[in-house]
Design a protein around this ligand. Structure first.
Ligand SMILES: NC(=O)c1ccc[n+]([C@@H]2O[C@H](COP(=O)([O-])OP(=O)(O)OC[C@H]3O[C@@H](n4cnc5c(N)ncnc54)[C@H](O)[C@@H]3O)[C@@H](O)[C@H]2O)c1
Ligand SMILES: O=C(O)C[C@H](O)C(=O)O
Length: 344
């Protein structure tokens, strides 16, 4: 669900490098250290490049708001605890998450290669990003990957009307030699919060089934749903998956649940602050040694999907990436102006 939510004039088309430079300039101007600014710029520009508008350069605005709220540590160097067994820990020390992930990735890959499975627990990070950039960074090493993170308690459990869960994304990746990996990445809420915010900015209604108002009545008004509760996708199934994310990427790794993150926010309206759990799996270690056979089985599965006209997840994103690399990254003019204003 990532439409630009705008009917304005045709967008600007900017080369990736130019957009990276602009995003990096804004993050530096906001006071982030150079490594943070560069990691953040890579993350939001990747989202825009792949036309994931809810997690593209629009996020620069919410990161600026988060910085102004004063709780995020702008210069914090993440602290890596080397693997104990298969477990790698990175303490983001209340900085933004992209740099913490980058710092932990080599140790995660090494742990997965050594043990077959590696777990990266990131703690105390301000998290605003899509998870697929992390998943793709892992599949690039020939590993399968699974990532989970809470957010703020905006989502009611199935059968209830009070927010308990975050929008709690789950992302998975499977490496495919010589081509784009199989990747899915979705909120366990019916709509991501970022998409709700884009509807709110554009004054457009939400699709039905995304939320209820403060009285618990179904609503398509993004303002009313923000005051009431968002809903999980797929009823009790999405609700249970969302609870799993709270447990695995919250309680299990000794970090905050979405409710605790929202309590810490205390009305600031900043990006959520909590942990993230990222698992990497080495097919060479788990599959008994016949990698070619594993790959063929996987490819037969993908063929059975695409062979009947269905599409693989992330296909639209990879097509968008190719378009953006060829003709430039599309950025709505009004959004570009807002970002430029932050750079000066
Ligand atoms: N950091 C956070 O706390 C947080 C919280 C929630 C969501 N997010 C991010 O928001 C982003 C968007 O989430 P979303 O729930 O809106 O995702 P979405 O609904 O846009 O897409 C969900 C997944 O389904 C796939 N897909 C979509 N249509 C398909 C089709 N017709 N056939 C096959 N596959 C299809 C997509 O490739 C994607 O992998 C994600 O990248 C997620 O990580 C982040
Ligand atoms: O918006 C957020 O802060 C959480 C997440 O990125 C989402 O879009 O649901």
């Amino acid at each position: 669900m990532s439409t630009p939510h705008t009917s304005e004039a045709p967008p600007l088309f900017l080369p990736v490098e130019e957009l990276l430079a602009l995003a990096g300039r804004v993050f530096l101007r906001l006071g982030l250290s150079l490594p943070h600014a560069e990691a953040m710029a890579r993350t939001v520009v990747a989202g825009q490049r792949d036309e994931c508008h809810s997690h593209g350069v629009y996020r620069i605005l919410s990161c600026a708001h988060t910085v102004r709220a004063g709780k995020v540590a702008l210069q914090a160097e993440p602290v890596l605890t080397p693997a104990s067994g298969a477990v790698v820990r990175v303490d983001a020390r209340y900085g933004f998450s992209p740099l913490a992930f980058e710092r932990g990735l080599p140790a995660l890959v090494a742990a997965a290669r050594q043990h077959g499975i590696g777990a990266l627990a990131i703690q105390h990070c301000f998290h605003f990003s899509a998870l697929w950039p992390e998943i793709e960074a892992i599949t690039a090493h020939g590993l399968a990957a699974l990532a989970l993170t809470p957010s703020h308690a905006w989502v009611a459990p199935a059968g209830g009307r009070q927010p308990v869960f975050g929008t709690n994304p789950i992302a998975f990746g499977w490496p495919r030699p010589g081509q784009h990996p199989f990747v899915f990445d979705f909120a366990t809420s019916a709509i991501a919060r970022g998409d709700l915010e884009l509807h709110r900015r554009a004054g457009t209604p939400l699709p039905p089934g995304c939320g209820v108002d403060a009285q618990g009545r179904p609503s398509t008004d993004p303002v009313a749903v923000a005051q009431g509760a968002m809903l999980a996708f797929g009823g009790h199934k999405g609700s249970a998956l969302s609870a799993m994310v709270e447990l695995m990427a919250g309680a299990l790794i000794g970090d905050w649940t979405s409710a605790e993150s929202l309590a810490f926010d205390a009305g600031d309206g900043a990006t959520p602050c909590h942990g993230e759990l990222i698992l990497a799996f080495d097919p060479a270690r788990l599959g008994g040694g016949d990698l070619a056979d594993q790959q063929q089985r996987a490819e037969r599965l993908f063929d059975a999907i695409t062979g009947q006209g269905a599409r693989l997840p992330s296909q639209r994103r990879f097509e968008a990436r190719a378009r953006s690399l060829e003709r430039g990254v599309a950025v709505p003019r009004a959004l570009h102006a807002e970002i430029l204003a932050l750079a000066d």
